[in-house]
Design a protein around this ligand. Structure first.
Ligand SMILES: [Zn+2]
Length: 169
């Protein structure tokens, strides 16, 4: 793919009701530019390699956002909340394609998906950073509540009506 060619996932950026900092984080994530420890290692920086979310596997972007048990638990709950019974793919390439399939187009459903996707990516990355740098952690439950709350607020002001069926527990 040439430098000039627009990546196919840019459709996820349009009509996305997520907060700017959230979809900006998604943009960096999709470009594979978030500084995970595998990338630090390539620059010769040695840091703790274990993922702080599951404390089990080595941290890579693919792991943190897609394969990590913490991330999968979060995505499962968020998708379930939107009424989608779909499995999150396990590899980066499939994940990106899957995001495009569900986020493409102007339907309210696609917009909701994109918003929750960006806020979910942002939530995971912020949680990872707060565990690494501040040694503070939130539970999956807290993150689900925060992300669903912000999604309701953002989508209800952006897309009038049609959010009343969200049942937040
Ligand atoms: Zn993990």
């Amino acid at each position: 793919m040439g430098e000039q060619q627009k990546p196919i996932w840019t459709c996820l950026m349009f009509n996305n009701a997520a907060r700017p900092k959230a979809y900006f984080t998604m943009w960096i994530m999709m470009n594979q530019r978030l500084v995970t420890v595998d990338r630090l290692a390539k620059w010769g920086v040695e840091v703790e390699k274990t993922c702080v979310l599951c404390e089990n596997e080595e941290e890579t972007a693919e792991h943190v956002f897609i394969q990590c048990s913490f991330a999968r638990g979060l995505w499962g709950r968020l998708l379930n909340w939107t009424g989608k019974q779909i499995d999150v793919p396990m590899t980066w390439e499939h994940f990106v394609q899957w995001c495009i399939i569900h986020g493409k187009g102007k339907r309210a459903e696609a917009m909701k998906f994109k918003t929750i996707l960006a806020e979910g990516i942002y939530g995971l990355w912020m949680e990872r950073n707060s565990r690494v740098f501040e040694h503070k952690s939130k539970t999956e439950d807290q993150l689900v509540k925060e992300i669903t709350y912000i999604t309701i607020v953002r989508t209800s002001t952006r897309f009038k009506g049609n959010v009343s069926h969200y049942g937040v527990k």
